[in-house]
Ligand binder design. Sequence first.
Ligand SMILES: Cc1cc2nc3c(=O)[nH]c(=O)nc-3n(C[C@H](O)[C@H](O)[C@H](O)COP(=O)(O)OP(=O)(O)OC[C@H]3O[C@@H](n4cnc5c(N)ncnc54)[C@H](O)[C@@H]3O)c2cc1C
Length: 468
Amino acid sequence: MESVYLRMTPSPRIAVVGGGWAGAAAALTLARAGRAVHVFEANRVPGGRARAVSHGGRTFDNGQHLLLGAYSRSLDLIASVQPVAQAVTRLPLSLHTAGTGARRLALAAPALPAPWHLLAAFLSARGLTIADRLATLRWADQALRSRHSVADDLTVADLLAAQPAAPREMLWEPLCIAALNTPAECASASVFVEILRRSFLGDRADCDLIIPRVDLSQLFPAPALAEVAARRGRVTLGSVVRGLRAERSPTGQVRYALDAGENTASFDHVVIATGPQHVARLLEPLAAESSESNEPGTALGAACRQIVTALQRLAYEAITTIHFEFLHRGAPHGSSAMALDNAPMLMLDGHPGQWLFWHRLANGHWGGSVVISAHRRDDEASALVDVALQQLRRVWDVPAPVWQTAVTEKRATYACTPAQVRVLKQLPARIGRLHFAGDWTYPLLPATLEAAVLSGERAAHAILNEQQ
Ligand SMILES: Cc1cc2nc3c(=O)[nH]c(=O)nc-3n(C[C@H](O)[C@H](O)[C@H](O)COP(=O)(O)OP(=O)(O)OC[C@H]3O[C@@H](n4cnc5c(N)ncnc54)[C@H](O)[C@@H]3O)c2cc1C
């Protein structure tokens, strides 16, 4: 009897709107559980804010990305679609300031079991006095091990107020801007502490630095969506969903009609996995449902309006990445060549870049990517390239680049402020069979690949649980 019933019950139709990391994680999880999924992605290249860009015969990332060892779901999913050792470089925690100035930090975690690796890293950190090192350890111990949750209106600057200037300015503030893409004076302390706890309080490998070796689309979204298609799914790239309407299925269930031009269709479950700035437009038809009306969308209307109103007020931070290609990367000026040559990721002085990543490119040249997080200036790309090159030349004797480009993502992440985190935490992760995924739906963590992937998996599991 049961098999007849199963044969007669049509499989629910599931759509995922957005083929970024969240949408790809949701679709892959559903496809691996045997569900046929239709993914709509507006761009011709999957990956969203972490994707490959091809221009002028070169392929590069829209922005340099770094993962932490604690990003366990992202790393597991990457490893499930390709051999992970070929896809990423994993390095033990090491934070080095580039340059020869007096204010240089050099901190590296030795191969000791946790927590001795961190204890040794902080105690042997160069650039900090013994008093600074002890104060840093004491602060980290108190802030991270405390059983009390951090007050949700506290900023990172408030949290660090009692720290001496050197560790605050050379260590914690650069980490805050790297992890939260928000300056310490307005960044959420509770989110900062959460990411530090996940990286520092677990296994030694949780604080490893993980640098992609393949482009960001190939790192996960492209192979994940290829697998979705191979598992009876459908992936439509270059297809913009313009809006959702609610309608009744023949069985009386609410279904969602996706307006996607020639790909328009109705679905039982929809995962909206777009960036926050695109959600309002998708929900507008649902949010416009009159509260007086008896139409099927009515129950959804108020909840959709809450989300639309909150997301329309969201403020963002930009990130600019300046990619250079050099024939060789030049020798560092007057400092130990060893230390700088062995570090693929270095802290810069913040004028304008905060971080530099060296890559060996497939053509044998050197790629140098300068990252400007929480970038609030409106400089022309060419002016930015010039100042970033001058910045590198203060440290290395680099030759003229053979190629360069600057990519600014104006809405790289939502600003991770206490007020915005509070608003995002109050939004529902689903309204009926309409699910939300994306970094903004997982505000326990900053807007990162890990938040995106966790949110996508959560949406997929909610659908699977309902169908059991
Ligand atoms: C320059 C830069 C550097 C960053 N650095 C890091 C880092 O080092 N480490 C880290 O962990 N995170 C980093 N981040 C953040 C990280 O990239 C994001 O948190 C993550 O990619 C968000 O993924 P998502 O799937 O939630 O959203 P998105 O990537 O925004 O994906 C949404 C997708 O939906 C599609 N879409 C939108 N509207 C529609 C529509 N109407 N119809 C169909 N498709 C639609 C978009 O095209 C997009 O592909 C960085 C971000 C940027 C921009």
